[in-house]
Ligand binder design. Structure first.
Ligand code: KG4
Ligand code: ZN
Length: 331
């Protein structure tokens, strides 16, 4: 089955072609340079750039894969959650192409996309598993009991983990997006050097809160200024350590509660090396499996949307062309 995936929920314009579970092409036109000077994504600019990029991205995905529109067995596009003006561009493009060529169309929830990236790893995915989406927009833990069978166990009540990374990076003057820049500094620092918060917020719950950590980080900088050299590395490591501790605490809690057979982690923050190592250690310690998609399948991409779409097509869950983009779509 050859499926075209389209993803435009935030600031990246992405298109990909998969054949069964093989990724034939994956194009991501990043808009980072457009939004960097504003320190975050400007929705209006994101939509305008998606309009500029969508056709070239889709065309390149087909050229790189060596397929034509006639070869497609399905078209999948993200319908939400995300920025409404951004979602509309990819979704309406996909619907129009599907309609004009009479190709089956399937609308994909962005979180289903992230959690489906694991099916491109070419190995069996055990059920039930814990599905973690840790990104710039989400920090959510799901129990995944079977294909398409998701139960939300916990989510952030304020900032997402990636958003917290980005805000910390902004306070340090590192630019946007800053997650990987904090991670690079943290790799050289000592995570025990600075105690930013006393304990894990919302202890006992599978929900997250990162606003207290963000405020503590701001207060630390207001009091001590932006450190340099070893100081900034220690601060980055201490911040990253606190985010990772909060995630590991929930993962252990959820393993105790749900007895899953595996951990699956995805989303931009799941590209973080330190977090991947820590999650792998928890899996070893609790004697369960762990499946981590490679970093380029963790951050926003369209291959994950294509594979989620393919799985829906196999379950005969086609979408109506009437489906609308939804900023707050629930999984
Ligand atoms: O999944 P993603 O590409 O987009 C959303 O759906 O949000 O995630 C982007 C987020 C950003 O906040 C970015 O700073 C963060 O993932 N991120 C990282 C790393 N790489 C990307 N955070 C921590 N460490 C990284 N290595
Ligand atoms: Zn995402």
């Amino acid at each position: 089955m050859i499926v075209l995936g389209i993803e435009t929920s935030c600031d990246d314009t992405a298109a990909a072609i998969i054949k069964d579970v093989q990724c034939l092409s994956s194009i991501v036109f990043s808009q980072d340079s457009v939004h960097a000077e504003y320190g975050g994504v400007v929705p209006e600019l994101a939509s305008r750039n998606h309009i500029k990029n969508i056709f070239p991205a889709v065309r390149k995905s087909m050229e790189d894969a060596g397929v034509t529109v006639e070869d497609l067995d399905g078209i999948a596009a993200t319908f939400g959650p995300g920025l409404i003006g951004s979602l509309l561009v990819g979704l309406e493009f996909a619907k129009a192409l599907a309609k004009s060529k009479e190709i089956p169309f399937v609308a994909v929830n962005h979180l289903d996309g992230h959690l489906s990236a694991v099916h491109l790893l070419k190995r069996p995915v055990p059920y039930p598993h814990l599905g973690l989406v840790i990104s710039g927009g989400h920090t959510s833990i799901f129990r995944v009991s079977g294909p398409g069978d998701y139960k939300l166990l916990g989510a952030t009540r304020d900032d997402a983990a990636g958003e917290a990374f980005d805000k910390a990076a902004k306070m340090l003057g590192l630019g946007y997006p800053g997650g990987y820049k904090i991670a690079a500094l943290a790799a050289k620092g000592d995570k025990h050097a600075i105690k930013l918060i006393r304990d894990i917020p919302l202890k006992g719950s599978l929900d997250f809160s990162f606003s207290g950590l963000k405020s503590a980080f701001r207060r630390h900088i207001e009091k001590n200024g932006i450190p340099t050299g070893r100081g900034i590395e220690d601060l980055a490591a201490s911040f990253q350590g606190a985010v990772i501790d909060a995630i590991l605490y929930r993962v252990r809690l959820a393993i105790g509660q749900e007895a899953p057979r595996a951990i699956v982690a995805t989303g931009g923050v799941a590209a973080n090396k330190e977090l991947r190592t820590a999650l792998t250690d928890v899996a070893k310690e609790t004697k369960i499996d762990i499946l981590l998609p490679p970093p380029d399948l963790c951050t926003d991409n369209a291959a994950m949307v294509a594979v989620a779409g393919k799985r829906k097509l196999e379950r005969h869950e086609l979408s109506s062309l009437e489906i609308e983009a939804s900023a707050r779509a629930l999984l």
